[in-house]
Design a protein around this ligand. Structure first.
Ligand code: ATP
Ligand code: MG
Length: 137
């Protein structure tokens, strides 16, 4: 059993898509074991996306992530990291497979509705950044 970290991004929370996205997560066999709605601070967003700090879209990405509240989640299941990335679909919704969250809901490569961890190490760091152990039940 594995855990991954998920964010329902501002473009999706703004359009009231949290429930629709959660339905896809649960239909894929992933369990939502922690969830909260937060407004990310600029410092949190910059740290969270620190690996992208030299990319041209970094400023835009941080502004987007703090533009509206987000829903942060911990998902659990067999191969949760890879499974959730399959459910999310490709970063660019134009390249995402049918039935994926990004194919159905994403607006653009930037406003792409969800984040999911890409490896066990990043999942552990990202979960600990937003949740305390006591919140994971
Ligand atoms: P995430 O890390 O959010 O799960 P990802 O792993 O599919 O998405 P990354 O390459 O890690 O994609 O990029 C992180 C985020 O930065 C993307 O989800 C998207 O919101 C934004 N982003 C990536 N590429 C671009 C781009 N070319 N223009 C604008 N925003 C981008
Ligand atoms: Mg990524």
């Amino acid at each position: 059993i594995q855990r991954t970290f998920s964010i329902i991004k501002p473009d999706a929370t703004k359009r009231n898509l949290t429930g629709a996205i959660n339905a896809k997560i649960e239909a894929a066999g992933l369990r939502i074991i922690a969830q909260k709605r937060i407004r990310m601070t600029q410092a949190q967003a910059e740290t969270f996306y620190g690996v992208h700090k030299d990319r041209p879209f970094f400023g835009e990405l941080v502004e987007f992530m703090i533009s509206e509240p987000v829903v942060v989640q911990v998902l659990e299941g067999e191969n949760a990291i890879a499974k959730y990335r399959d459910v999310m679909g490709a970063t660019n919704p134009e390249q995402a497979d049918e039935g994926t969250i990004r194919k159905e809901f994403a607006l653009s490569v930037g406003e792409n509705s969800v984040h999911g961890s890409d490896a066990p190490e990043t999942a552990a760091v990202e979960i600990a950044y937003f949740f305390s152990g006591l919140e994971l039940v």
